[in-house]
Design a protein around this ligand. Structure first.
Ligand code: BT5
Length: 268
């Protein structure tokens, strides 16, 4: 079993990376408010692109729309990647999808059947194992930094309260405890590949494979956004990263901003 307190993340993680820039600069903390907040602070001090912030525990772990992300000590990977993309704002929202795809690929390499729940969750079966929160920081007129926050439950034994039937960990799904550093390295390696591919060739470069890994495709879904909710059948995720939904009124494209998607009968 790993002794997470004594792990020297920088020393152990670097040899596992095959990246050029992602994870080449590592900040590891025992406790933070939120790795996303810390990465934003680093953006303001011009930290290098690809630097990654890890925390053993987050006190103010955040989800979208002010929701809370449970980040107990030592059981999960709570990390944020800092990027300085040279992309238009509509493309920047696809970075969440790219990161979800990378996490899904990395978990699949462990032999577990992870799926992407568009736009920002990774599930195993019908439970959430990972959530992604991408945030933008504007610096001046033209400089934009993006922080990709990834929370993945690794060695948790169980979850309480509202998460008890909604969340899972890699351990709960496989019966195996994992070295978090190996999983973090696999995610960062996949992410750099996918992110470079996306920046050079657009979301269309991964779209077909993304759809194969997306659990919403072909299902009845409830879409909830700031303007209320509607139901329909998810047809696919388009080359622009939107969810194409068949409703009684016809087809509509839902963009990945602040929407939540649920199944008709439950979370997936
Ligand atoms: C997310 O939001 O799923 C984005 C989560 C991002 C977390 C990472 S950890 C590193 C970085 N630093 C941060 O502060 N955040 C990022 P959303 O789609 O809004 O889902 C939030 C919902 O997921 C909550 O309302 C709960 O229902 C559920 N949830 C909370 N903690 C969970 C956990 N540990 N595992 C599974 N589900 C959880």
């Amino acid at each position: 079993m790993e002794n997470s307190i004594s792990l020297n993340w920088e020393k152990e993680l670097l040899p596992l990376l095959n990246t050029d820039f992602v994870g080449r600069n590592i900040h590891h903390h025992q406790q933070l408010d939120s790795t996303n907040l810390q990465a934003k602070r680093l953006a303001n001090s011009n930290a290098p692109e690809g630097c990654v912030v890890f925390a053993e525990q987050q006190i103010l772990g955040r989800g979208r729309l002010g929701r809370k992300w449970e980040s107990p000590a030592n059981d999960g990977i709570w990390m944020s990647i800092l990027l300085y993309p040279n992309l238009s704002p509509d493309k920047i929202s696809c970075i969440t999808l790219v990161a979800g795809y990378s996490v899904c690929r990395a978990i699949s390499q462990l032999g577990l059947e992870a799926k992407i729940k568009w736009p920002n969750d990774i599930v195993i079966g019908s439970r959430k194992v990972c959530g992604i929160l991408t945030e933008m920081v504007a610096q001046g007129q033209s400089n934009i930094s993006v922080v990709v926050g990834i929370g993945i439950n690794v060695n948790n034994d169980s979850f309480d309260g509202e998460l008890s039937d909604k969340a899972c960990s890699l351990y709960m799904e496989s019966g195996k405890k994992f070295q978090r550093i190996d999983i973090a390295a696999a995610i960062l390696n996949c992410f750099e590949q996918d992110y470079n591919n996306f920046c050079q060739n657009g979301f269309e470069a991964i779209c077909e494979d993304y759809n194969k890994h997306c659990c919403n495709v072909g299902r009845q879904v409830v879409i909830s956004g700031t303007n209320g909710s509607f139901t329909g059948k998810a047809i696919n995720v388009t080359e622009k990263g939107a969810l194409l939904v068949q409703t009684e009124q016809g087809e509509t494209e839902v963009s990945s901003g602040e929407v939540s998607v649920r199944g008709m009968l439950g979370y997936v």
